[in-house]
Ligand binder design. Structure first.
Ligand SMILES: C[S@@+](CC[C@H](N)C(=O)[O-])C[C@H]1O[C@@H](n2cnc3c(N)ncnc32)[C@H](O)[C@@H]1O
Length: 215
């Protein structure tokens, strides 16, 4: 099995993060979610069980095949094999991007962020995470050949600037050292955000480019 297959197998039934629990508590009807880089579908399962129509996409054929096998029988789950840049974001009241925007190509990020902001209904919720510069994965020395190449690394102020048209419900910096499940030493540096789009988002119709970021 490849490292990516191992990752999908290990995460398909992972614990649901508190941030997503907070996010769905703040979603107004209609309950429609987009899960960006959905992986093996842990969050799709939780959202579908909680009454959401879920649109999940992932660039990896294996991720979508696994989700198809899990959710193919459900009429409230819609799956697409797509990159961030190519995905036609439907209107939604929740956008989830857990540990996936790390891998959005730099050239695509401003347009992807614009699409995320614009697809959300007024007072829609974003729940996701951004990679900080102190994370082992952000190091150019990190060999990502068997995983996904990291392309989007943000300073804290850059993350906060993305949410100018939002009310931040929770912002957490996860910074600690430890070992990965496979026993490798790792420094984690992740910004986790749950935020509500303003009722009158200042950039609702035409968003400027998102701020520049590393790599
Ligand atoms: C670390 S995994 C997180 C998976 C899932 N969100 C979770 O938390 O279990 C990152 C996911 O992003 C996907 N991904 C990587 N590059 C992508 C891209 N350019 N467009 C869409 N998805 C991408 C990967 O295939 C992978 O499923």
């Amino acid at each position: 099995m490849s490292q990516r297959s191992d990752y999908f197998a290990a995460t398909e039934n992972r614990r649901i993060r508190d941030d997503l629990v907070l996010a769905i508590a703040n979603v107004a009807e209609p309950k429609v979610a987009v899960d960006c880089g959905c992986g093996a579908g842990a969050d799709i399962h939780y959202l579908a069980e909680n009454g959401f129509v879920v649109h999940g996409f992932d660039v990896e054929e294996e991720a979508i095949a696994r989700c198809q096998a899990r959710f193919g029988h459900r009429d409230n789950v819609h799956l697409s094999q797509s990159s961030f840049g190519a995905y036609p974001f439907p209107r939604a009241s929740l956008v989830v991007a857990d540990a996936s925007l790390f891998f959005c190509p730099k050239a695509e990020f401003p347009a992807v962020w614009k699409n995320i902001c614009e697809c959300l209904h007024p007072q829609g919720i974003f729940c996701g995470s951004f990679l900080g510069p102190e994370d082992t994965m952000a190091s150019p020395a990190c060999n990502a050949a068997d995983f996904w190449p990291v392309t989007a690394v943000f300073e804290e102020q850059e993350v906060l600037a993305l949410f100018a048209g939002f009310e931040i419900l929770r912002f957490k910096v996860h910074q600690y050292s430890g070992t990965t499940p496979s026993g490798q030493p790792h420094d984690w540096h992740i910004f986790a955000v749950v935020a509500k789009k303003a009722a009158r988002h200042p950039r609702a119709n035409r968003l400027p480019d998102a701020p520049a970021f590393h790599r």
